[in-house]
Write a protein that binds this ligand. Sequence first.
Ligand SMILES: O=C(O)CCCC[C@@H]1SC[C@@H]2NC(=O)N[C@@H]21
Length: 238
Amino acid sequence: MTIRIETVAETASTNADMKARARDGAEEGLWLRAEKQSGGIGRLGRRWESPKGNLYCSTIVSCRHEYPAPSTLSFVTALAVHKAIGAHLSHKEIWLKWPNDILVSGLKICGILLERSGDAVIVGIGVNVAIAPEIDGRIVTSLHKEGSKSDLTAAAFLETLAQCFADMLDLWRVSGLEAILSAWQQRAHPLGTRLSTSGVNGERLDGEYAGLSDDGALRLRKPDGTLIEIHAGDVDVG
Ligand SMILES: O=C(O)CCCC[C@@H]1SC[C@@H]2NC(=O)N[C@@H]21
């Protein structure tokens, strides 16, 4: 796959732009990056603060029935971001948190948003490179705060990320979901970590992390010992 990166100074949302490009026949390998976004979109209809200094980018993945389910691209993307962050913060503990969060020093450092567009999936990634804006009232972190080179730019980080993403996409297509979920679980916070989940209907459930199911659902051990599977929603550590 040939990687091609296009950068604009500002747009509303790189995901929205990539959807339009997908309708015009954009091909895999294309990445759109904006130096800032005026209408960045987060998961569950939230806003994504997008000041200059951080990475805002989107790419496109074509899906076919012989590949794993499109929704599992969230694990592929999280693994790619994890690897790219590891390349710039080699001495830090970097954990994956279901469904597609990356935690550095226990704090959120990026956001991933997958959107369907016909037979393709638009993968949107925001990474706090230089600035750590408050996300939903939570303290978050950035690559600079965690000790990356202070001159690391969003553009340079995307060069690393686009290659990591191409590698993980290959693993997903060639070795399948089992290999991806196994790699994901090796990089997740420890088994037994206390989690608090909020489902789509707002219902909260507390329990301990007990790994993933074969299709990528979150396994949660409730205080009474029963095991449940979570297929959608948000998860907090602790
Ligand atoms: O809520 C989240 O955690 C996901 C945030 C995803 C933000 C990225 S920034 C690049 C792309 N364009 C958008 O409008 N959103 C995604």
